[in-house]
Each structure stands twice: as C-alpha cells, then as structure tokens.
Design a protein around this ligand. Structure first.
Ligand SMILES: Cc1ncc(COP(=O)(O)O)c(C=O)c1O
Length: 471
C-alpha cells in the first residue's frame, strides 16, 4: 500500500516517520493486517534514507504496533484503530441553531422491536432482489440511468404509475412520476420549491417527527393541527398555512382514516387559502379491512395535491426509494431541485425495482407480506382485546403496520413508565407523546407489529403487559 509521510516538523526524521505511522495505526487509517510500504519505497517517496525508515519501523515493532515477517514485509498488528474514528479538530465553527441537536448513535437492537416504521427485513425477497440487481447493474444501465436525469428511471416511473392506477386509483403517467430517495427526499424537494423562510407549514399533531424536523430546518414555521377520529381537523388549520402535510389513508401515528367529507373540506380549504397539500400515502398498501378511500390526489381537480409514496415499508427502508406525483406547474422546479441536490439515485437499484414491479414480483411479495402482517396484526389486536385491555383501548384503524392504543383514564402507570420498563425487558415500544408537539391530550402507546416474527410476538406482548401495574 502507499502511504504519504510529510516531513515538516522540528523533530528528527525518524521521529516524524514513526509518529505519522503510529497515528495512522491508532486512528484506523492503517488497518490490522495491512502491510506497510517496503522501507525502500517509503524512503524514496519521502526522500529520506532507507535507514531512517527502517529505524522508525523498528520502533513500531518494539512497541507492538507492527510485526516484521522475514521475507514478507511489515504488517499492522491486530488491535490498531484504537482511537475513535474522528480525528479532525473540533474547531470554532458552529451550525445555525436549528441544526444544533445531534443525531445520536443508533440505539442497541432490542430483543423485540415494537417501534413504528420497521418492516420485517427477514421477509425481504433477498434472493430475487440480488438476482435483479446483478442483472440490471450493467454499464449501459448506469450510463443510461444518469442520462435519464433527475426524474429517474423511465421504466420505474411507468411501473409506479401503472401500480398507482390499479391499486390506488391515482391517475398518473410515467411523465407525472418523479423518483426520489425515499419519501423524505420528496418532502425535502417539495419544501425547497414551495417554501420561503418563515412560511407556515401545517402538520398533523400527533404526527411524523421526521417531516416536522425537515420543514423546520428549511426555515418554515411548523404549526401542529389536531386530529380526531375523522382525521386532520380542517377547521383548526392556520389561515396562513402555505403547505399542509397530511397522512389521510392511515394517520400517522393514530391510524385513523380521514373521512371523505374531511378530504373534500381540506381540498376546498386549500383552494380558498391558496395552499398546497402534501399527501403522504406511506403505508396504504397494507389494508386489512374495507375498501380504501380514494386518495386526496384523485379528488383534487384543482392541482393542489402533491402525492408522495415510498417503498420503505413494502420493500426495505435501506433501499431509499420513493416517489412523488406533483401538479404539472411544480414539476420543472422539483426536477431542478433534485438536480441541484442529489442529481439522481443509483440507476442499478432503480432498474432492479422497475423489473421487480414489471415482472409481477412486487405484487406477489406484497400478497405474501400482507398475509404475514395480517397474522401479526390479529395477534396484537387479540392482546389488546385480551390481557392488555385492562390498560389500553386501541384506536380503530384498518391499515398500516402499527396500532395506537390509548391508556384507559383510570390507569395509573404512565405510558413513559411503561416504555421504560419495556425497554429493560428487551421490548422497544413508543409513547404516543413521542409523536406529539406538546403534551398530548391523551396518553397512549404506538405499537408496531411489523418486525417481530409471528412466533415471537406473543412473548413480546406478554412482556409488555407485564410492564403495567397490576391494580
Ligand atoms: C409517516 C411516514 N411517512 C413516510 C415514511 C417513509 O419514509 P422514507 O420513504 O423516507 O423511508 C415513513 C416511514 O417510516 C413514515 O412513517
């Protein structure tokens, strides 16, 4: 391997070479098992004598950082990379206050994960996916993918339009679909093209924290709007909202479906207030009862709705694939926004997803997982009607991969206490308050049933019920 040594300090040359190699071993730039450059080579590149380098290597050997193997070379010992990864100075630069909160390290993987938003990775059709990614990752696909530009793979756009037309009665052609890196990028692009700093964005409360944070970091004033059993309360919308973010088919996180009358009211409101509506249809694919209501997008004759979908729940969040369908007037700006931010996604992954949809694998996969998730949902509902019913009342809901349950008013154990006890028992679950902007009207739990295997779910639910006080 090549390694550059810079000789510019006051120390003697051996010390400088030794220090720089030691630093590189400690911070992991040189990894255990890696071979140091031959002394002759490093000496020539650094313009020092070979003896200088050899002496530095000897010191590293003596201190156990490297071992010399006769006739083979000098190798970094296991146990290098001891320092934390970051070696850049802290410095005095600071982000704008809106960015001050840090993303912490990912929490440890719980034994039973009942958090929302997590599909079961074990159900992902990995063999078929790997085959398609292998088949579609050709140089021509990559080059054509880049040429396709920010709108994304044309075959994928057509496949998404066809699927939405049949499954969601959304009228769209390939030209209407813009591929995005997950729903989150769709929200980002929409915010970029529609919002000026200080604009008001109305979001459901309780609602999706990721979207709130996104619009806030874009400089919008995010205002929470309450939700009842018929969805977002249109009468409570701030009159100056420029954009309304909503989850009509399965309100996040309560799970209620927005009533048809509310949908009409919301569209009329947007017309009167010249506002845009962002319809997040994030997990409408998973339906467990009655026919779904038409999306807002299908009811919208005035071109006020931007429809956003995601493959995070139906496939895997790690793929980062989603899409949006916007009124024609916004499309050039959205394309430009994608172009100036990420240009486009990985063409190989997009082509693989297009093939997955076109070859009927997506429909089959969805049938399989919906059956499995249906069984898990039935187990959770059974527990909510059985052992958990002393403390919890489920919010009626017919779609998605989680259920929300309110605490009965007479229950003395708060949801936060239950969540803390559950964590200690190996069960990760979230409070309803976690999704609220302020103190919520009602305490409760949001319980995901997607990611715990069907035969393990009863144990998780029993552990959860053990977290409430008996009384
Ligand atoms: C409310 C909501 N919208 C959208 C998404 C999908 O987000 P993305 O496609 O960025 O993974 C999720 C995923 O968990 C969600 O909970």
């Amino acid at each position: 391997m090549s390694f550059e040594v810079h000789l510019d300090g006051p120390d003697d040359l051996v010390v400088q070479v030794y220090r720089q190699l030691r630093e590189a071993i400690l911070d992991g730039r040189l990894r255990p098992g890696e071979r140091l450059p031959p002394t002759r080579e490093l000496a020539r590149a650094t313009e020092v004598s070979r003896n200088t380098v050899a002496t530095a290597y000897e010191r590293l050997v003596a201190e156990g950082f490297v071992t010399a193997r006769v006739g083979s070379g000098t190798y970094v010992e296991a146990g290098g990379g001891l320092r934390p990864a970051s070696v850049t100075p802290g410095g005095s630069l600071r982000p704008r206050p809106i960015w001050a909160s840090e993303t912490g390290p990912a929490p440890p993987v719980p034994r039973y994960d009942l958090r929302v938003g997590t599909p079961d990775a074990d159900l992902f059709p990995l063999a078929a996916w790997r085959r398609l990614v292998g088949r579609e990752t050709r140089l021509t696909t990559l080059i054509e993918g880049r040429r396709a530009g920010p709108a994304g793979n044309p075959a994928l756009r057509a496949a998404v339009a066809r699927r939405l037309g049949t499954a969601r009665s959304v009228r769209a052609t390939a030209a209407d679909v813009l591929v995005t890196s997950g729903a989150q990028q769709a929200f980002d692009l929409i915010g970029r093209v529609l919002l000026a700093p200080g604009d008001v964005v109305a979001v459901e409360d309780p609602g999706y924290p990721q979207v709130r944070a996104l619009f806030q970091t874009q400089g919008a004033r995010v205002v929470g709007v309450p939700v009842d059993s018929r969805g977002l309360i249109v009468d409570a919308l701030p009159a100056d909202a420029r954009l309304v973010y909503t989850t009509p088919s399965h309100q996040f996180p309560t799970g209620v479906t927005m009533a048809l009358a509310r949908r009409r009211e919301l569209l009329a409101w947007a017309g009167r207030h010249d506002a845009a509506i962002v319809e997040d249809d994030y997990d409408s694919e998973f339906r467990f009862a009655n026919r779904p209501l038409e999306p807002l997008h299908s009811l919208d004759a005035a071109g006020r709705v931007v429809y956003v979908g995601s493959f995070s729940k139906t496939m895997l969040p790690a793929l980062r694939l989603g899409f949006l369908i916007a009124p024609a007037g916004l499309r050039p700006a959205l394309l430009r926004a994608r172009e100036v931010t990420v240009q486009h996604s990985d063409p190989g992954t997009e082509a693989a997803l297009a093939a997955f949809l076109d070859e009927g694998l997506f429909a089959r996969h969805l049938r399989t997982v919906t059956r499995v998730y249906g069984e898990r949902r039935a187990l959770l509902l059974g527990a909510l009607r059985g052992e958990l019913s002393r403390w919890l009342v489920p919010v009626p809901s017919t779609a998605g991969l989680h259920l929300t349950a309110h605490l009965r008013p007479e229950v003395r154990t708060g949801a936060a206490t239950v969540v803390g006890r559950a964590a200690r028992a190996g069960v990760a679950v979230q409070t309803l308050a976690h999704f609220a902007m302020g103190p919520p009207d009602r305490d409760g739990l949001v319980i995901g049933f997607g990611s715990v295997a069907t035969d393990r779910l009863p144990v998780a639910l029993r552990l959860l019920s053990g977290c409430f006080d008996a009384g």
